[in-house]
Design a protein around this ligand. Structure first.
Ligand code: NAP
Ligand code: GLV
Length: 321
């Protein structure tokens, strides 16, 4: 059967599934991502690859991968895989939609709560010995209940955010590429253009993919439209936000804070000024990181490989135009 290059150890049954289907599985042994030359070598010897979001596949790597038939990302985002270049070489690209939406929204919600209620800043202060008394004025945050949530990108995760907002009695506005009247009815949410969402929201949560259209969707102009009291939550991709503009907005106090599970680049270098703001929470791209969800994602990627190498259509093909 086929040779499958898996770029990391994965949870769940994915590797067993591939072996049970008769494939020869080679797993990159490191805890870190394979460096570009190792990724290129792995792809060059493979019929299929099970990749992670940090595996950046270039056209040159694809040129060297003469037998490669499918790149199965263990992620819903696929901006790392160069799908258009893959299509030119007849290589199918697949992703893992849906299975991670609730887990990712849980994390976006955790970030929203952490930023608005100083969870990380107060924990840090407590560990440093700062808890000397109960204070009526220490770590005053803002209320989440009853506030306005602005969702940018109303897909699977955006909808999961809207469902969570109902429990907090929030008004929910959304901006998205396509207006969704059925979802508006079902979720009790309102459509608005991006500028209006930015101007009205107390929390702006980003849920678009990273594409040519969404790169730096949130730049200086958009940040200036946000309320000074508002927070930006990004679990989408670092590149959706112009990080220099965000840094300037935070430095000048033009927004209240930010919570970022994704940055540009990743990992975010330790000398990046974003680390210096007490009102910024940064997590290392872990929004889908529950054991059950990561196992489902890996198994879904394996199922896509098994389908393509078995001569069947992929279960979760991505647009490659
Ligand atoms: P999805 O179901 O495909 O939803 C994406 C939504 O974004 C769609 O509603 C889409 O509109 C909208 N959109 C696309 N281009 C847009 C634009 N230019 N302007 C406004 N809206 C636009 O994807 P999802 O499962 O919700 O995931 C969203 C993204 O989250 C992924 O692509 C990934 O980058 C990121 N993510 C990150 C993590 C993490 O660990 N931090 C985990 C999971 C996902 P249409 O309805 O018109 O297509
Ligand atoms: C994670 O970032 C994903 O796109 O699934």
């Amino acid at each position: 059967m086929g040779k499958v290059f898996v770029t990391r150890q994965t949870p769940g049954r994915a590797l067993d599934m591939l072996r049970e289907a008769g494939h020869d599985v080679e797993t990159w042994p490191g805890a870190d991502a394979p460096p570009p030359e190792a990724l290129a070598a792995g792809l060059a010897g493979a019929d299929a690859a099970l990749t992670m979001v940090v595996d950046h596949v270039t056209a040159a790597m694809l040129d060297g991968a003469k037998n490669l038939r499918v790149l199965a990302n263990m992620a819903v985002g696929f901006d790392n895989l160069n799908p258009a270049e893959a299509a030119k070489r007849g290589i199918v690209v697949t992703n893992t939609p849906g299975v991670l939406a609730e887990t990712t929204a849980d994390m976006a919600w955790a970030l929203l709560m952490a930023a608005s209620r100083n969870v990380v800043a107060s924990d840090r202060d407590t560990r440093a010995g700062g808890w000397t008394t109960w204070s009526p004025t220490a770590f005053l945050g803002v209320d989440v209940f009853g506030a306005t949530l602005g969702i940018v990108g109303l897909g699977e995760i955006g909808e999961a955010m809207a469902r969570r907002a109902r429990g907090f009695e929030m008004r929910v506005l959304y901006a998205s590429r396509t207006r969704k009247p059925e979802a508006e009815q079902r979720l009790g949410i309102e459509f608005a253009i991006l500028d209006d969402v930015l101007g009205a929201a107390d929390f702006v949560s980003l849920h678009t993919p990273l594409t040519a259209e969404t790169r730096h969707l949130i730049s200086a102009r958009e940040l200036a439209l946000m309320k000074r009291s508002a927070f930006l939550i990004n679990t989408a991709r670092g590149g959706v936000v112009d990080q220099d503009a965000l840094t300037a907005a935070l430095r000048e106090g033009r927004i209240a804070g930010a919570a970022l599970d994704v940055t540009d680049p990743e990992p975010l270098p330790l000398d990046n000024p974003l680390y210096s703001f007490p009102n910024v929470v940064i997590t290392p791209h872990i929004a889908s990181a529950s054991l059950a969800t990561r196992a489902r994602m890996a198994e879904m990627a394996a199922a896509n490989i098994i389908a393509v190498l078995g001569g069947r259509p992929p279960v979760n093909p991505v647009p490659q135009g």
